[in-house]
Design a protein around this ligand. Structure first.
Ligand code: HEC
Length: 102
C-alpha cells in the first residue's frame, strides 16, 4: 500500500519535471496575448529567450534595451527597433518591471 502511494507521487512529479525541461528556458511573459508582449517576444528573443520583465527595475531596463539595440546594430540579426516599437517595449517593461529601486 505504501509503495503504491509513493509511485503515485513520484511518477507525476517526474513527468512534470520532464515536461518543464522540454519546454526549455522560455518563461511565461505577463499578458502573453497582448500586442506589446508579442512584440517584446518577437524582438527580444532573437539571440536569447525573452527575459521576464520582473527580473529588473525599469531604470535598468531602459539601459539594458539600449545596450541590446547596440548589439542588434553591430550584429545585424534584425532591424533595429523603430521609435514606436521602442516606446511599446519600454511601456510593457515599465508595466511589469520589478517594482522597487535598486
Ligand atoms: C543581437 C542579439 C540580441 C538581441 C536581439 C537581444 N539581446 Fe539581450 N543579450 C544578448 C547577449 C549576447 C547577452 C549577454 C551578454 C551581455 O549581457 O552583454 C544579452 C543579455 C541580456 C540580458 C541580461 C540577461 C541576464 O540574464 O543576465 C537582458 C535582461 C537582455 N539581454 C534583454 C534583452 C531585451 C529586452 C532585448 C530586446 C530589446 C534583447 N535582450 C535583445 C544579445 C541580444
Amino acid at each position: 500500500m505504501i509503495n503504491m502511494n509513493i509511485k503515485n507521487i513520484i511518477l507525476p512529479a517526474l513527468f512534470a519535471t520532464i515536461l518543464f525541461l522540454a519546454a526549455g528556458c522560455q518563461v511565461e511573459l505577463p499578458e502573453p496575448e497582448s500586442p506589446a508582449a508579442k512584440l517584446y517576444l518577437e524582438k527580444c528573443s532573437v539571440c536569447h529567450s525573452a527575459k521576464h520583465p520582473k527580473i529588473l527595475p525599469i531604470r535598468i531596463w531602459k539601459k539594458q534595451v539600449k545596450r541590446m539595440e547596440e548589439k542588434v546594430k553591430t550584429s545585424g540579426v534584425r532591424e533595429p527597433l523603430t521609435e514606436e516599437e521602442l516606446r511599446i517595449i519600454i511601456e510593457y517593461l515599465e508595466k511589469h518591471h520589478r517594482n522597487r529601486a535598486v
